[in-house]
Design a binder for this molecule. Structure first.
Ligand code: HEC
Length: 164
């Protein structure tokens, strides 16, 4: 009987001691509750969850590689005028795009599919200075009235895109 009591006492002592140990090692912070901080932590947590969800969705629906469109010639070059116009137009592509669709980064408007007489008039006016276009001036310096006609013929045949 005494043995049993001793055993029980020792057991209880051990349990109490080990509980005290964990109690001691538990860090108690006296920091005041900071709502802002908690909200921020919560927002970060939500952000992480969102990113994980996006990654999960990206894995589920892999983006299909867009196959390079194989296009035929944009304009059928069946007259010497169109051939020449398309040659000269190569200098304009950097700003106006291959299809004359325009480029926002260059502030260059869409011109593909525009009326030929309008294009020709703008180019003539830009060359004479009646319409001031400083960025285009160097490109027009070497061009003549006939070049403008040919350019206009070519550009007006490019497709006008509805989106722009
Ligand atoms: C360095 C960039 C650049 C190059 C190269 C360039 N352009 Fe332009 N083009 C512009 C910008 C920018 C405008 C708009 C200018 C403005 O605000 O008046 C413009 C305007 C035009 C317009 C008038 C459009 C309209 O709706 O009034 C025509 C036509 C045109 N360009 C044709 C050409 C042709 C043809 C060439 C090649 C010979 C050419 N551009 C080369 C930048 C360029």
């Amino acid at each position: 009987m005494t043995r049993l009591v001793t055993f029980a006492v020792v057991l209880i002592a051990i349990i109490v001691a080990s509980n005290l140990e964990t109690f001691k090692s538990e860090k108690v912070s006296n920091e005041p509750f900071d709502l802002k901080k908690q909200e921020l932590a919560h927002a970060n947590h939500l952000q992480t969850l969102k990113e994980l969800e996006e990654k999960r969705l990206a894995l589920l629906n892999p983006v299909k590689e867009v196959e390079e469109e194989v296009e035929g010639p944009l304009v059928v070059l069946d007259t010497p005028q169109l051939v020449h116009g398309s040659e000269v137009y190569k200098t304009c592509v950097v700003c106006h795009g291959r299809k004359g669709e325009g480029k926002k980064s260059q502030k260059a408007p869409q011109i593909g599919g525009q009326l030929d007489w309008y294009i020709e008039k703008q180019l003539t006016d830009m060359k004479s200075g009646a319409r001031v276009n400083k960025v285009m001036a160097p490109y027009l310096k070497k061009l003549e009235a006939q070049d403008f006609k040919d350019l206009a013929a070519y550009i007006s045949k490019l497709p006008w895109s509805e989106r722009k």
